[in-house]
Design a protein around this ligand. Structure first.
Ligand SMILES: C[S@@+](CC[C@H](N)C(=O)[O-])C[C@H]1O[C@@H](n2cnc3c(N)ncnc32)[C@H](O)[C@@H]1O
Length: 278
């Protein structure tokens, strides 16, 4: 149970573990704003990019009307196959899945979307990909809601650890490597999205969505720390063992209440501006 091994494939257990914390952390006001904007359409189409097993659908669906039509896009068919069983009867909207590689099929994936959304995807994408996304969204006059994008703010409350800084520096290197969608923006993605949307005349709102991982979230914290240590070890193999030991110590700190990890994310909503008739 851990964050991605190769950077583009994700473990379903990891997505399941993070889902309740993701939902609690999100900027709920942005979902309300997006829903109000979508209410202008009789049959609104929402495209969710990098759906995984459907966390963003389950979060957003209660805000949206029964006539909403969802298109859920991911390259991992196994994750998409889990959406229905995970969501049960709770979703009374029309839901379709599309297996696509967003490196090559972005235009078809987002064509016709009134709202283009994603959760926990943006750190994987490149500036060129984001530029293409925002250009097409502006042409279509689609709203854009990109949530739970890491912003690089990571804090360990309480005692600092000698290896915290080394681990975080190595992790930052891993976050910038190519994960199938070009050189990844990593933690620079939220600012890049805001700039691109503003350039196209969007009204943009950004709000924090911070994870607070204390003893009640020890399982998620352990999976996160283990994944960070693996990613940092891949970036600096000569320090891999040191990072593994660090994750073990830091997991014990969280479980014992000696530290709380704060992981910063940003939620961004862009609504087509007056120039676009929005
Ligand atoms: C961190 S997961 C987030 C999943 C889900 N949105 C959530 O919040 O639980 C990122 C998702 O992006 C998908 N993904 C990564 N690269 C992709 C690509 N090139 N094309 C399509 N989907 C991709 C992965 O399969 C994974 O489901």
């Amino acid at each position: 149970m851990s964050p991605p091994a190769d950077g583009s494939l994700f473990d379903d257990d990891w997505l399941t573990l993070r889902e309740p914390v993701d939902h609690a952390s999100r900027a709920h006001g942005l979902a309300e704003q997006a829903a109000r904007w979508l209410a202008r359409y009789a049959l609104p189409t929402v495209v969710d990019l990098g759906t995984g097993s459907g966390s963003n659908l389950r979060y957003l669906a209660p805000y949206l009307g029964p006539d909403t039509r969802w298109r859920l896009v991911d390259h991992d068919e196994k994750l998409l196959a889990r959406v229905a069983s995970r969501s049960g009867q709770a979703i009374n909207q029309t839901v379709a899945t599309e297996a696509r590689d967003l490196a090559h099929e972005l235009p078809a994936a987002i064509a016709g979307g009134d709202l283009i959304t994603a959760s926990a995807l943006l750190d994987l994408v490149s500036q060129a990909w984001l530029t293409r996304l925002c250009a097409q969204a502006a042409t279509q006059r689609s709203a854009v809601l990109m949530t739970l994008s890491v912003d690089g703010h990571i804090r360990f409350d309480g005692q600092t650890e000698a290896d915290d800084a080394a681990l975080l520096a190595a992790l930052a290197r891993d976050q910038r490597r190519d994960k199938g969608l070009g050189m990844a923006l990593g933690t620079a993605a939220p600012a890049a999205l805001i700039n691109e949307l503003a350039r196209h005349g969007y009204a943009v709102t950004a709000q924090p969505a911070v994870w607070h991982l204390g003893p009640q979230r020890a399982a998620l914290a352990h999976a996160l720390l283990t994944g960070w240590a693996r990613a940092a070890g891949a970036a600096l193999p000569e320090h891999a063992e040191r990072f593994t030991a660090w994750a073990t110590r830091r997991s014990a700190d969280v479980a014992a209440g000696r530290t709380v990890i704060r992981v910063g994310h940003v939620d961004v909503l862009g609504l087509p501006g007056r120039d676009f008739g929005g």
